[in-house]
Each structure stands twice: as structure tokens, then as C-alpha cells.
Design a binder for this molecule. Sequence first.
Ligand SMILES: Nc1ncnc2c1ncn2[C@@H]1O[C@H](COP(=O)(O)OP(=O)(O)OP(=O)(O)O)[C@@H](O)[C@H]1O
Length: 264
Amino acid sequence: MEVVGLRRCFGAVRAVDDVSFALPEGGSLGIVGESGSGKTTIARIVVGLEHADEGDVRVRGRSRGGRTHGRAARLARAREVQMVFQDPYLSLDPRISVEGVLRETLSLHFPGRDHAKRVRELLDQVGLGTRAADALPRRLSGGQRQRVAIARALAVEPAVLILDEAVAALDVSVQAQILNLLADIREQTGIGYLFITHDLGVVRCVTDEIVVMRHGVVVEQGGTEEVLAAPDHPYTRLLLESVPRPGWDPKAIAAARRALEPMP
Ligand SMILES: Nc1ncnc2c1ncn2[C@@H]1O[C@H](COP(=O)(O)OP(=O)(O)OP(=O)(O)O)[C@@H](O)[C@H]1O
């Protein structure tokens, strides 16, 4: 996927200001930055929930901008990019069982087929036994619900999966399980991941490349390991300093923050 010169303003706020990056086939790219830096707006534009004022998003060379004509074209575009949201409690319909969720998605995108085998495959792929198939969301833990949301996204065989703070609401040990699961799925399927997160630990764990954003602008991008080991930009250094760890010094962080240029 290529994102080229993306811009989006809300009134006087430049939420996204000339952002470009590329996600290779089957790659994993993290977009990091503090609250309000424009991460979610990018995700919403990429998935098609928001329009860009300028710029383009291309998946396998095809632009996602512009109008689509007809239901089949809209569904085909939806299949290219799927998104998993932060809150597994809100993203699932409380009245529909796990199997029902998967069948609903499969019937919408691949009508007229028997989906029983695919439902079993998907449950297996996300580490949920067939026993979970009949459960309603309220019977599931947060981690299990996020597994269902991931299975639903995988059901349409997307080229790109956007994970918008997808593990932020989970306990640390459950986070680790879901991140491991996502790494396995990427290896098996070759689906590309776009991780939207404020958590550098997550980025370090599961991405090959990183884009650091501040006030809608990309301040630094490159290989995750390289950028985190030797950040060029003071803002990236500040984000790294802000990760609590032994020896963490709040005074140094406050000084680094003051040294950054003021908000535009
Ligand atoms: N629909 C909207 N209307 C007005 N302003 C908006 C809208 N969506 C986003 N913004 C503004 O655009 C800027 C970027 O917001 P965005 O949600 O993309 O940032 P973010 O980095 O994802 O932050 P967070 O992690 O808090 O979601 C913010 O200043 C926000 O207030």
C-alpha cells in the first residue's frame, strides 16, 4: 500500500499534513505519536471512513480515492483494507454469536457459499475453539472478543489490516498473546499490517517500519529498529524517554518537552 501526500484539515486544524509512506506486501508498519497527532485520521482515510482533502491511497497500485459505482465495487474496495478497533466491547453486536458474526461477513462478501468450513478455519486461526462459536460477546473476555474482531477482518482476506490501538484496552499479558497471534497470522497469510499506536513497546514488538507523527506531520520514518536505536528527531527521543522504565527521569522529560518547538 502506498500513501502519497495525504492532507486533511478540520477547520483550522491540520490533522494530516502531507503524509506519505509505503507498506510493502506482507509488511508491518507502525504509526506512532501522541494523542491528536493525526494517526486515527490517517487510518480512517485509508479504510474509507473519512475523505482526504489531497493525496492518494493505493493498494496494489489501485487508487482507493474517487467514487465507486455499484455495490460489488464498494464491497471489493472494502475487502482490500480491514480495520480492528481499540474497543472489542463496542465493535461487536451484543446480540450476535461469534459464528453469526463470521457468517454475516462471509455471506455479505462471498454470497451463495457454504461457510461452515471457513468459520471453523477462522476460529482456529485466531485460537478460538469451535466451543466459542455459539457464544455471545458478553460471555467472552476482552482478549477473546479481540480475537473475534480479528477473525472477522481476516474473513474477507484483506491485503491490509489496520490495527487502531487494537491491544490498548487489554491487560499486558493478553496484549502479548494477541501480538503473538498477529505475528503468526502475518507469517501465514502475508497480510500487511498498519499499526496505529501510542505505545512504542507495541511498535518495537511487531513492526518492521515506523512513522513518527506530530501535529499531523511526519517528523521521522524508517526501519523500526534503526529509528528506535538512534532516533534523529527530538520528538522521537521524547517519545522514547516517555516510556516508563527503570531510571526514568520526569524532569529530563519535561525539559526535553520544553525544548521542542511550540505547537503551530
Ligand atoms: N471529525 C473531526 N472534526 C474536527 N476535528 C477533528 C476530527 N477528527 C480529528 N480531529 C482533530 O484532528 C487532529 C488529529 O486527530 P486524530 O484523532 O487523527 O489524532 P490521533 O493521533 O489519532 O489521536 P488519538 O490517539 O487521541 O486518537 C486532532 O486535533 C483532532 O482534534
